[in-house]
Design a protein around this ligand. Structure first.
Ligand code: HEC
Length: 112
């Protein structure tokens, strides 16, 4: 229920660019993020080990803004810049929708 609402918020946030985030598609695109960004239910990555922000449950617009920032170089972090430049607008929207739909009770991502 809550997840659906957040995904809808993601749709609204991306509508202006004609790119609609699809959480289901995003699930298959975060394999390379999970090693560093532990999502709450992903047991082998801990924020204590990797000093990286947790993305699961974040606002979709926030995640998109951050990725665009890294991509354009407005926000500086070498690794994230390298990763963000490989993402298309659709990838960013899908990934943001996926992470925004995560909750503490989400099941493990089968496509990690
Ligand atoms: C090699 C480790 C690594 C990988 C892989 C990685 N990240 Fe990151 N990411 C980081 C670190 C470290 C930061 C914090 C950088 C900073 O302080 O700006 C970060 C920051 C972010 C932020 C900003 C979060 C915030 O709260 O401001 C987003 C969004 C993000 N990453 C998304 C992704 C996505 C999506 C992927 C996969 C496509 C990914 N990252 C892969 C290490 C990684």
């Amino acid at each position: 229920m809550l997840g659906a609402v957040t995904v809808l918020a993601g749709f609204a946030a991306t509508a202006h660019a004609d790119v609609v985030g699809d959480a289901k598609a995003g699930q298959g695109k975060v394999a390379m993020c999970i090693g560093c960004h532990g999502i709450p239910d992903y047991r082998t990555a801990y924020p204590e080990v990797y000093h990286v922000p947790i993305l699961g449950g974040q606002n979709a617009q926030y995640i998109q803004n951050a990725l665009h920032g890294y991509k354009k170089g407005d926000r500086h972090f070498e690794t994230m810049h390298a990763i963000a430049t490989t993402l298309t607008e659709q990838d960013i929207a899908d990934i943001a929708a996926y992470y925004a739909s995560q909750t503490a009770t989400s099941k493990n991502n089968p496509e990690k």
